[in-house]
Design a protein. Structure first.
Length: 272
């Protein structure tokens, strides 16, 4: 049986042909493309295949790898091979990730003993409830759009003010920076909760880079706001610090762009 894939969000319709409208992103029917029948549905491997291909799910970011075995490292989030689990014909994970070396007998024995013990009911956790709400309502992707949309505008306004010596553009940029400064703590806090809850707090290069860029953006915004507050003429015509001020704004946008690129890479990891 053929399936249909939405070319906008990646949603897959397995029965009934292409829908009139995607239930996820509401893209019209014409955006769907037909996919061939899955090998499982055909009852085995395709002709000419010399090895059986499987699907492996990265339990950190959701990336799906197709091959005879999982990759040594996730190409999206950088998680090690042990974080992958095999997907069955029904698309559900088989087994659990093994993030330790096989020779670690003490860990294996401890893990097996924990499985045999009855599960204890976890006490109520406010931080856990908050993290679940952040994930459920996608609060980090929502809040991050505010400063990410404002910061490039700040650089544009500063550039216009610098080139044409129009003071009002610098003033507009300053008030936009204040708004970004107010929203950044919420962005960083929700991002931290999502990292801990959804991505298990894994410390790969992707997440370390995102955290570093977030700190750089926060520092730059603070410098630009409070420098302008303490010295209102810092970006005025004739000021010796105009280029330095503008350069800090450029670093700020560059760090925000890198962080946004990596965030998008993680969000769309499941597309493969």
């Amino acid at each position: 049986m053929s399936s249909w894939e939405c070319g906008v969000c990646g949603y897959i319709q397995k029965e009934g042909g292409a829908p009139e409208k995607c239930p996820i992103c509401e893209a019209p029917k014409k955006m769907f493309t037909e996919r061939g029948a899955d090998l499982e549905e055909l009852g085995g491997k395709a002709d000419g295949d010399s090895s059986e291909e499987k699907k492996f799910l990265c339990t950190v970011c959701g990336y799906i790898h197709t091959g005879t075995e999982p990759p040594e490292k996730c190409p999206v989030c950088g998680a090690a091979k042990g974080y992958f689990v095999e997907l069955g014909p029904d698309g559900k994970p088989i087994g659990e990730p093994d993030i330790t070396e096989p020779e670690d007998e003490e860990y294996v024995a401890t893990k097996q003993s924990k499985k045999q013990q009855p599960k204890e009911k976890k006490p109520f956790s406010f931080s856990g409830m908050l993290a679940n709400l952040v994930l459920k309502f996608h609060l980090h992707p929502i809040t991050v759009h505010f400063p990410n949309g404002i910061l490039p505008a700040v650089v544009v306004f500063l550039g216009i003010g610098f080139y044409f010596n129009i003071a009002v553009f610098e003033t507009v940029a300053y008030y936009n920076l204040i708004f970004a400064l107010v929203s950044l703590p919420v962005v960083i806090f929700t991002g931290y909760l999502e990292w801990q809850k959804r991505y298990k707090g894994i410390k790969t290069a992707v997440f370390i880079t995102k955290i570093f860029c977030a700190v750089v953006v926060l520092c730059c915004v603070n410098i630009l706001v409070f420098w302008r507050l303490l010295d209102p003429t810092v970006f005025a015509e004739g000021s010796p610090y105009r280029l330095v001020y503008l350069a800090i704004a450029g670093v700020m946008v560059g760090a925000a762009g890198i962080s946004g690129h990596l965030g998008g890479k993680l969000v769309f990891a499941s597309r493969g």
